[in-house]
Ligand binder design. Structure first.
Ligand SMILES: [Zn+2]
Ligand SMILES: [Zn+2]
Length: 501
């Protein structure tokens, strides 16, 4: 007991001694002139990051390019060369877990740094002026966030985006065959598999780390149509949860002073603009699968954005609706009044297994999100909105949409409608690229539904009203194959009884 008290005291001491970054720190502007006397020489310009700096961003510009002046740039940190981008980049970012290619990610050490200029060419009689704007920030600073790998925007076109929220690589336990031996599986395999599978996005969610950020930043440039979303599978003794869209490490040691309760995890994720999805909640826990099922006590479900209702491993071995799937777990929470978005994740650990010989391939199941932009923030916002469906069957281009209308109110999946008394809402289901042979299933709680025969050929519609005595309810739809197999799982529209004025 005494030992743990001492450890706690030390922990607090370490916390308070860490220097805090002052967000009011102005940029440092380094300017100077280069003449022929500098031709084919190097110039090193010193600067010192202020205490607590977590990220350095540099914009570099110079005059005289029209006269063939060339100024290369690089950086030295207090311990040595940090990177060299020559003449190929005018903007540089460096932080603990990610950096512009040509530069090493890593801690921003206190002490003297040097901006290194190399001058391969400047003509006689020419004077060039340069300007380096060096910006310092904390990694959690909104301006720094805007520069992180999580801030990449591939498209601003609003539309359905298909992707996979759960993948492992060499940054945790992803492994694949390399030269007939098993080795850690590089991130590019996952990015390539997502691209070749026609996915718009893929989340790289390694266990308890975010070191994959450097790879994501590097690979995104060569995957211009496939958004690589950073994430972390926070893997605790009491359950696994994906943080999706984080740009920094998040604590995972649930039950220890680092993460006494889940509320700190929710806070950390929110501070980074990320969301929390509870993974494979119905898997067993214990020696058969350490911490796999969700047993965390006192989970505040109002702070959980999503639940992984279909996990690739159970989908492959026992189907989308096996007892180990998360669907029943999720619906129980919907019945309690929580608004939580159902998503899926392949949980792939070997992206070279394209046929699913040993595990569910990248993109199976897929989650299809209506997003305002193809960006991490856009996909995260789409999941929050709930306008999302899960494709358990791998139907490229499939769309499942549901809209409710009551009077002047209308809502898409994930939205909410207020109903007075016996007021009814009309629900319309729209599909695309789904065989008309399939059938529609309505799943609801707290509602009376009235429907005729449902044929996908003719935009099926039905009406709902709150059941007598119910103050809230939800309705969602599934698309099933003729043999009953679940193909597409839709998210709910929520209803609440309007309070009389
Ligand atoms: Zn897991
Ligand atoms: Zn996993």
């Amino acid at each position: 007991m005494r030992y743990s008290l001492i450890a706690l005291a030390l922990g607090f001491a370490a916390c308070t001694s860490a220097p805090a970054f002052d967000p009011a720190t102005p940029p440092l502007v380094l300017t100077g002139e280069i003449t022929r006397a500098d031709n084919q020489t190097y110039r090193e310009i010193s600067f010192t990051p202020p205490p607590g700096t977590g990220r350095i961003s540099i914009d570099f510009a110079y005059t005289g390019k029209d006269q063939k002046t060339v100024i290369d740039i690089g950086l030295r940190d207090p311990e040595g060369q940090r990177g060299w981008s020559g003449g190929n980049k005018s903007h540089i970012e460096i932080s603990e877990f990610e950096a512009t290619p040509s530069y090493r990610p890593g801690r921003i050490q206190p002490g003297e740094w040097k901006l290194v200029l190399g001058i391969p060419n400047i003509r006689d009689g020419v004077t060039a002026s340069y300007r380096a704007t060096v910006m310092f920030s904390d990694v959690d600073d909104p301006a720094a966030q805007a520069q992180s790998a999580a801030a990449v925007v591939l498209s601003t076109q609003p539309r359905w985006r298909r992707g996979d929220f759960h993948n492992h690589t060499a940054h945790s336990d992803g492994s694949c065959d390399a030269d007939s031996a098993r080795g850690p599986c590089p991130v590019f395999n996952t990015a390539d598999a997502a691209r070749d599978g026609g996915l718009d996005f893929v989340a790289i969610t390694d266990h308890n780390t975010i070191t994959q950020l450097a790879d994501i930043r590097r690979l995104q440039a060569s995957h211009p149509k496939t958004l690589l979303i950073p994430g972390t599978e926070v893997t605790t003794f009491f359950g696994h949860a994906n943080v999706i869209g984080n740009s920094d490490f998040v604590d995972f040691q649930l039950g220890s002073p680092r993460l006494p309760t889940l509320s700190k995890l929710f806070d950390e994720a929110a501070a980074q603009g990320a969301i929390v999805s509870v993974n494979h909640p119905s898997l067993p826990s214990g020696e058969v699968c350490m911490g796999c099922g969700w047993t965390a006590k006192d989970t505040d479900w109002s702070r959980v954005t999503a639940i992984e209702v279909i996990n690739g491993a159970t989908l492959r071995t026992s189907g989308a609706e096996a007892p180990l799937s998360g669907i029943a777990f999720w619906e129980k929470l919907l019945n309690q009044g929580f608004h939580i978005t159902a998503i899926g994740g392949s949980d792939n650990h070997d992206a070279t297994d394209r046929t699913g010989a040993k595990q569910s391939p990248v993109g199976k199941p897929a989650t299809v999100v209506y997003a305002e932009a193809l960006s991490t923030r856009g996909i995260v916002a789409g999941v929050k909105s709930g306008r999302v469906f899960v494709d358990a069957a791998g139907l490229p281009g499939a769309v499942l949409e549901m809209q409710a209308r009551a009077g002047t109110q209308s809502a898409w999946m994930g939205g909410a409608i207020q109903l007075a008394g016996d007021e009814t809402a009309g629900i319309t289901v729209t599909t695309a690229n789904v065989s008309p042979e399939t059938r529609l299933e309505i799943v609801a709680d707290g509602l009376d539904t009235e429907s005729g025969p449902m044929s996908l050929g003719q935009a099926p519609s039905f009406r709902v009203k709150l059941a007598s005595g119910a103050t809230r309810g939800w309705v969602r739809v599934n698309i099933r194959a003729v043999d009953g197999k679940l193909l597409l799982l839709g998210n709910p529209i929520y209803f609440a009884r309007a309070t009389s004025p």
